[in-house]
Design a protein around this ligand. Structure first.
Ligand code: ATP
Ligand code: MG
Ligand code: MG
Ligand code: MG
Length: 463
């Protein structure tokens, strides 16, 4: 099944259940100061869940453009993480609840009319105390108890925390659906969140049942497509492989699945797709907030290209392939290809102008550290590498991690503060809302809104 068909089938299926098909929210929701990027389908409905807005519907379904900065380091390394991805969701605002949610998820996944996945390949997790969900899976669906795992709060309660310890507000247990692969490993494809409590004050009686219970589910489009298409990673699905191939062509490096360059090409694929969507929305690479994340993604991809021998901008040449692969769902991308290319190319040129000198500097620093037996990358030097050579600190941290070096974030922060004071007003402002804080902030919110903070161990063998 093609990915475009899966996207459409999901939305059509939930329309048959009375859900109103709503458009994706933007990727960069400037209306929501608590996040830099939309991290999940539920984000556009936060006020609905909190009962803050008048509803003209109580059931909805969407395909949401998402970006999770917290997954940047997973990209290329695991088979199933992207920064930019699409999340298929169905939502109930005080309407249907656990029983329907579980039954419909099962029907969509296993019914031959819909996805027709082998039921024997599916397993689920539920929150340890959620007998109701366990019972529906076992008695209602007929799933053997051996394929229903009861998990702790960190995996199956949202927001991820012990019910007695989390923040006040709406919360609830969740149930995740996994697909078991040929080699016995599994991949998480769908998270069903049962928002049934309001947490108020201290335990033991702090979980109050909500008068109107909500449902928030998120299914990974690319992951489910990879399962349906029986391919080894998300990057092999029909909408991503053409971008991988375009990256291979532009870099003149043949794509090999199980190699360093394969990992680099996957990262380039992911990052150029994310950057294309963001720049399309007028979020240009820059010094702060979402703009800084886009800068970081582009520069990371440029470094990958550099490590494969490239010395001139190349990433912008892949934008066409992105627009082409994504146009059935996002035809608007084709209208801005030239603008997006220009912006990405400009950022590439800026980084290519300093990257050789920056890398030489890094080589010297790492060499000195090895000679002297120092284990931590110095904050002053990191700040200098960013301000003089444009090397984002996270990139330096990543390169250092490959040599088992740690990174002095405190020292970096102090050095940037000093640098900002010397450079004057604008720069100071720049730093105050600068990369580190905003990234931490986005990560925090990404985790909070992302159902749980765990990382699938779906790593590609040998990488
Ligand atoms: P994982 O444990 O694999 O990191 P998660 O538990 O963080 O996933 P959820 O927050 O539950 O993911 O999001 C709902 C669904 O969205 C997941 O079941 C998965 O199919 C998909 N998904 C989550 N993060 C990513 C990602 N970085 N790239 C692609 N798909 C993702
Ligand atoms: Mg999950
Ligand atoms: Mg998970
Ligand atoms: Mg995750």
């Amino acid at each position: 099944m093609k990915t475009d068909e899966l996207r459409e089938k999901y939305l059509a299926f939930f329309e048959t259940k009375g859900c109103v098909r709503r458009p994706s929210d933007v990727l960069v929701p400037t209306w929501d100061p608590s996040v830099l990027f939309t991290p999940a389908g539920m984000n556009q409905f936060k006020d609905h869940f909190l009962g803050k807005v008048t509803l003209d519907f109580t059931r909805a379904t969407t395909c949401q453009k998402c970006l999770r900065t917290g997954d940047i380091d997973n990209v290329g390394r695991t088979a199933y993480h992207h920064t930019f991805f699409e999340m298929l969701g169905n939502f109930s605002f005080g309407d249907y609840f656990k029983e329907d949610t579980i039954r419909w998820a099962w029907e969509f996944l296993t019914d031959k009319k819909w996805l027709g996945l082998d039921p024997g390949r599916l397993s689920v997790t539920v929150y340890k105390d959620d007998d109701e969900a366990a019972k529906i899976w076992h008695e209602g669906i007929g799933l053997p108890t051996s394929r229903i795992a009861r998990m702790e709060e960190d995996e199956n309660f949202w927001p991820a925390s012990a019910p007695s310890q989390g923040p006040d507000g709406v919360c609830g247990p969740c149930s995740e659906i996994y697909y078991v692969l040929d080699d016995g490993s599994d991949v998480e494809i769908w998270n069903l969140v049962f928002t049934q409590f309001n947490r108020v004050g201290d335990p033991p009686d702090n979980l109050r049942p909500l008068p109107s219970k909500n449902i928030d589910t998120g299914m990974g489009l690319e992951r489910t497509a990879s399962v349906l298409q029986k391919v080894p990673t998300n990057y092999h699905i029909d909408i991503l492989m053409p971008i991988v191939q375009a990256a291979a062509e532009v870099t003149s490096v043949p794509y090999e699945y199980d190699s360093d360059n394969g990992r680099r090409l996957r990262r380039i694929t992911d990052h150029v797709r994310a950057a294309t969507f963001a720049v399309h929305e007028n979020v240009y690479p820059g010094a702060n907030g979402a703009k800084y994340v886009i800068r970081r993604l582009i520069r990371r991809a440029v470094l990958d290209g550099h490590q494969m021998g490239l010395r001139d901008p190349f990433l912008y040449q892949i934008v066409d392939a992105v627009a082409d692969a994504m146009k059935p769902a996002y035809p608007e991308l084709t209208e801005t290809v030239q603008r997006v290319q220009g912006v990405i190319r400009g950022e590439e040129e800026r980084f290519f102008a300093t990257i050789d000198a920056g890398l030489q500097r890094i080589d010297r620093i790492f060499g000195d550290m090895e000679t002297s037996g120092t284990g931590m990358i110095d904050g002053d030097q990191a700040a200098d590498l960013y301000t003089s050579y444009g090397v984002p600190p996270e990139l330096l941290q990543q390169m250092g991690a490959e040599k088992s070096f740690t990174f002095d974030w405190n020292g970096y922060t102090e050095a940037m503060q000093r640098h900002a004071e010397i450079s004057g007003g604008d720069q100071f402002k720049l730093f105050q809302t600068g990369p580190l804080e905003t990234l931490k902030e986005s990560l925090r919110h990404t985790e909070f809104l992302g159902y749980d903070a765990t990382t699938a161990e779906a790593t590609i063998k040998g990488i």
